[in-house]
Design a protein around this ligand. Sequence first.
Ligand code: NAD
Ligand code: IPM
Ligand code: MN
Length: 359
Amino acid sequence: MTHKILVLPGDGIGPEIVAEAVKVLNVFTAEGNLSVALEYANIGGIAYDKEGQPYPDSTRALAQKADAILLGAVGGPQYDTLDRPLRPERGLLAIRADLGLFANLRPAILYEELASASTLKPEVVAGLDIMIVRELTGGIYFGQPRGIRVLENGERQGFNSATYTESEIERIARVGFETAMKRNKRLCSVDKANVLEVCELWREIVEKVGKEYPEVELSHMYVDNAAMQLVRAPKQFDVIVTSNLFGDVLSDAAAMLTGSIGMLPSASLNSSACGLYEPIHGSAPDIAGQGIANPLATILSVAMLLRYSLNRPELAERVEAAVEKVLASGVRTGDIYTEGCRKIGTVAMGDAVVAALQG
Ligand code: NAD
Ligand code: IPM
Ligand code: MN
């Protein structure tokens, strides 16, 4: 069976890191172990430049037919003054909403060799293996009303709405519990129920769904405490389930526990098999075009693609093992570099993973 994979390189370092991730897929196809048809399309700033929209209809048509989507990153300072509906970030939000990708899995795993690359003490992060389950198509990112209005006194006021329906909470809670069942059976739901009504409902529904999973030890934590605990003692967590905005912030913090934001992959899933796979970091305009970005988060996103959309866990494991082997060999991109290692660029890192897969 040939799997249709839509590749959306996007902006900034997006094309550089995606090219390395595609090499990994090519290893498996060359071996005759995998059959994929890759199609390329535009998203984000490049889509606006070429087609006038950050999520053009042409991309949408391909996305809806794809078995899986591999995305680099979107955004850049040159787009920050565009009307909001035309901005690259809107393209990303649009594809997530369009495909109903409500469940965003962001695994923060510390590769042993990177213990000293983290800004935290090695003993705090050694053995770290957390899964953040972030709700991705609701909450304050999408709630209505939103905008900037002029008040009676002539002053402008910006406003957004943090909304969640019971069914939106229930389905992401279920993903949280199911994920915990496959791991160490501990789920921490992160909210701000002491202040926000939307979180009061969140907590109530998570509790209700929890009754169906008596084996899972459920706890609740306020988001401010969770941010502190992630830095103080991150290994206390197994699975975290949280809302869109809180998950966005906490996953960048969790990324730093693993050495670099350039290490964290993600899978965005709906209730069908099609998923979107992307690193959690952005387009890194400060290093774009220099050939120094870390492609490992995107390569590890390919592993997630193989596992969740193509149902090829054995290939996913090979990718993860290859990354481990490359790190053990002592090569590093700048973001994970520590003394005594050999610094290499984006392409050399991709080549090293390919060589490890072939070896
Ligand atoms: P960013 O994640 O792009 O960069 C933050 C810092 O991390 C930068 O110093 C960057 O150089 C570094 N970094 C990120 N990825 C790296 C990698 N693979 N290797 C080495 N270093 C890496 O976040 P930002 O600077 O806040 O945002 C830049 C642009 O990206 C903005 O337009 C933002 O909206 C967009 N963004 C997009 C996504 C996405 O496409 N999913 C995610 C976050 C931000
Ligand atoms: C991410 C990004 C996006 C988000 C932006 C670019 C819309 O930060 O994927 O983490 O906030 O979800
Ligand atoms: Mn983010």
